[in-house]
Design a binder for this molecule. Structure first.
Ligand SMILES: Nc1ncnc2c1ncn2[C@@H]1O[C@H](COP(=O)(O)OP(=O)(O)OP(=O)(O)O)[C@@H](O)[C@H]1O
Length: 547
């Protein structure tokens, strides 16, 4: 268990002072609680003893002021403790989330393919969120309770060692044994809850994304039934978890009550010093010290599952490694010549080779059309140039330098890609274009929109700030391709890769796009995957991958 949590606990050293401050405030809160209880108890008992006779002789003011001061200090300290602890937790979560993002980004398509998108999102949000229990509900209360018990023992042992020992032993045993019982009782439940939460999100996201199809095929209710079933089970488990938590609080209260009775009995039995009455209040307050801990252990199963799932992401090392900028070979980026030398490639766990001993030289400013039967490996070839995948053997050279000796920035500068499916982000037209080149000026953006014949998108009051994508202005298939081409043009790289840019377009739009590519790629090297021989006039050479 510790091995799973160690990497996350190790993070706490970066937040040492904040954690120390949080712990001190937690201690202050607990001690003012004990003090408040003791003083109020004493005050009530004393006023009862002196009765009306003490109206003019008993000093009511000082203890009353003490009670008020303790109550205010307790509230303020609790508030400050929550503020500091939550701040620390948010900082830790922010660090973990940034780390997870940094780990996910360089993973290859193959590595990411093992996760469903919704599952990845789940790990990123829910699992990392669950780790906040670790500090807020486990680490901080346990350390505070241990310190409090230690300090209570030191103070009480000076008054009466045997009773102090009895209280300390009972509190320590409760701290050690009760959480273990509740951890065991809640372990499976926690695992199931983490799993069910993740499954529910996955199913819900699929349901929402595929709602149009589900409605068209009248399959909504069947899918909904699955979702409802999962939700019912999930709620049942949540209810069981709440029952366990209630049971843990009841048990802790019972132990605190028992301890109080025991101390009272000891005082009356052995007529101990009146100061020992303080022990009664400590026993009463012990419920506050211990109560959060068994409940936290019920969540431990969930935290462990989330930690395991998060660590699985953190431990992935990218399949494809880029050399650093300082190690990178310098290449000329004003033009592009590409050589494929004896490339062999097969996808992991696939029995057949997609490319076998493939060699080709694409000269500077040459336009190559890649054709071949569906599934023969055309898109794969472009992805090898992009280094989304690595050839099993053989090398690809850009202007004479092997691709794997270029750092990522240089490679991305060298290549612009128009993929088969172009992502339109739910953002403004401007931001969607700036993906191609964040430094592009307003004038360049307008110019490129004219080049790809999309200037009509500027005919609104919003201009480049027109929202597009989900929730914004809808774009036709041809317009989306043009946005893809516009991004590639803005990128201004010497090599352009296009994966079926005219696929599923009508003949007229297809011809317009071909003309557009012809014009805009005049002084660039182009490799374009196509199924259509009508694209032929665009190419200097057509390469068939079938042969
Ligand atoms: N990630 C992957 N894992 C395993 N096999 C894959 C993967 N991607 C593609 N393939 C397989 O590799 C082969 C080549 O795929 P690729 O997409 O390169 O073909 P293509 O020639 O571009 O096809 P199309 O013309 O239909 O787009 C196909 O048999 C495909 O099923």
């Amino acid at each position: 268990m510790l091995a799973i949590l160690r990497p996350y606990i190790a993070l706490y050293k970066h937040y040492f002072w904040q954690i120390l401050c949080g712990l001190s405030l937690a201690l202050l809160t607990l001690f003012t609680s004990v003090f408040l209880l003791s003083l109020s108890g004493w005050f009530l008992a004393s006023t009862a003893v002196v009765g009306v006779a003490g109206l003019y002789t008993f000093n009511y003011m000082l203890p009353a002021a003490g009670v008020r001061a303790a109550a205010i200090t307790r509230t303020a300290a609790r508030y400050m403790e929550r503020l500091v602890d939550h701040n620390t937790t948010f900082k830790i979560l922010a660090y973990l989330r940034t780390l997870a993002f940094r780990k996910i980004l360089p993973l290859s398509a193959n590595q990411l393919a093992q996760y469903q998108r919704a599952d990845l999102l789940n790990r990123f949000i829910v699992d990392i969120d669950a780790l906040d229990h670790l500090y807020l509900k486990l680490f901080s209360p346990i350390v505070t309770a241990l310190l409090t018990i230690g300090i209570i023992f030191i103070v009480l042992s000076n008054i009466n060692l045997p009773v102090a020992l009895i209280i300390t032993i009972i509190l320590t045993l409760t701290l050690l044994v009760v959480p273990v019982i509740f951890y065991q009782a809640g372990k499976e439940l926690g695992k199931n809850l983490a799993k069910q939460q993740s499954e529910y999100r996955l199913l819900l996201i699929n349901y929402l994304q595929g709602q149009a199809e589900l409605t068209l095929f009248n399959a909504q209710s069947r899918y909904r039934h699955k979702l409802d079933e999962l939700e019912t089970n999930w709620l049942r488990n949540q209810q069981q978890q709440s029952n366990l938590m209630a049971l843990s609080s009841a048990l802790v209260l019972l132990i605190a009550g028992f301890l109080t009775l025991l101390v009272l009995w000891l005082i009356t039995q052995y007529t101990l010093s009146p100061l020992v009455a303080l022990f009664v209040f400590v026993s009463l307050a012990s419920a506050e010290i211990l109560a959060p801990i068994p409940a936290a252990f019920i969540f431990l199963g969930q935290v462990l599952t989330s930690a395991t799932r998060t660590t699985a992401i953190f431990n992935q090392t990218p399949d494809i490694k880029f050399v650093s900028e300082s190690e990178s070979q310098k290449v000329d980026l004003s033009s592009a010549m590409l050589q494929f030398a004896n490339i062999n490639f097969s996808y992991p766990n696939q029995p057949f080779a997609v490319l076998t001993d493939f060699s080709l030289t694409v000269n500077q400013d040459e336009h190559i059309g890649l054709i071949g039967k569906t599934g023969c490996g055309k898109s794969t070839l472009l992805n090898l140039v992009n280094r989304a995948w690595e050839p099993t053997s053989g090398n690809i050279y850009f202007n004479g330098t092997p691709l794997n000796q270029l750092d990522e920035k240089t490679l991305r500068q060298a290549i612009a890609m128009v993929p088969q499916v172009i992502a339109i982000f739910s953002d403004t037209l401007r931001q969607n274009l700036l993906i191609g080149n964040p430094q592009a000026t307003e004038q360049q953006l307008i110019e490129v929109l004219k080049q790809v014949e999309l200037e009509k998108l500027l005919n609104t009051d919003q201009g480049l700030n027109l929202p597009i994508g989900q929730g914004g202005r809808a774009l036709s298939g041809g317009e989306i391709r043009r946005i893809g081409i516009a991004r590639a043009l803005l990128h201004n790289s010497p090599l352009i890769l296009m994966d079926e840019p005219t696929e599923s377009l009508d003949q007229q739009t297809e011809q317009q796009i071909i003309q557009l590519i012809k014009q805009t790629c005049k002084n660039k090297t182009l490799i374009m995957v196509t199924h259509r021989l009508t694209d032929n006039p665009l190419f200097d050479r057509v390469i068939s991958l079938n042969s």
